[in-house]
Design a protein around this ligand. Structure first.
Ligand SMILES: [Zn+2]
Length: 184
């Protein structure tokens, strides 16, 4: 399945700015967060269902790399579970709005969710990975065999951990978040 989504343009930048205003995010997020603007891809492929039975999508290149990596891990007896892949700018905005409406502070939410337009999940190249050994999206993922396998092998498949411990972006340490790099 392929869909058409936004590409980089002044309209895209204006749309992000409008979304930020509507969520109460102060101007200058790009500077204050240290995060780059992320663009939605023009083509997405069906990546099957995640561990919750939700349909997921990735760019064709990232999908192929993910499938090869998952199969290579499985061949060594290590299960890699897909938690989340492509997320649109609108999805990210709705997610943040829902958390704010449930009573959480914006600062609190923005420590775990990048502002709309700045999540690597917009690119269709980022994946959140879990292990059957642990609950998903916890720092304790770093203690699983899946994480140890990824540390040794993910680079061979073009995947890099974007938010390692001690990094300087606005987002917390995320050992489960891996992004397929285009320049490999
Ligand atoms: Zn992620």
């Amino acid at each position: 399945m392929a869909i058409k989504t936004d590409i980089d343009s002044p309209q895209f930048v204006a749309r992000i700015s409008e979304l930020h205003t509507s969520l109460g995010i102060a101007p200058g997020y790009e500077r204050s967060s240290g995060l780059p603007l992320q663009h939605e891809p023009t083509v997405l492929a069906d990546a099957g269902q995640d561990m919750y039975g939700r349909d997921q999508r990735l760019t064709p290149e990232a999908l192929s790399a993910w499938q090869q990596m998952r199969d290579a891990a499985a061949a060594e007896g290590v299960e890699l579970c897909l938690v989340s892949a492509f997320r649109s700018v609108d999805y990210q905005a709705a997610l943040i709005r829902k958390k704010i409406e449930s009573g959480r502070s914006l600062d609190d939410v923005l420590r775990v969710n990048a502002a709309p337009g700045f999540s690597e999940h917009h690119t269709g190249r980022a994946i959140d990975i879990a292990s059957p050994e642990d609950a998903p999206l916890q720092e304790t993922f770093e203690n699983t065999r899946a994480f140890k396998w990824l540390q040794l092998n993910a680079g061979h498949f073009g995947f890099v951990m974007t938010y390692p411990r001690g990094h300087l972006h606005a987002i917390s340490y995320e050992p489960w978040h891996w992004c397929f790099q285009l320049d490999q």
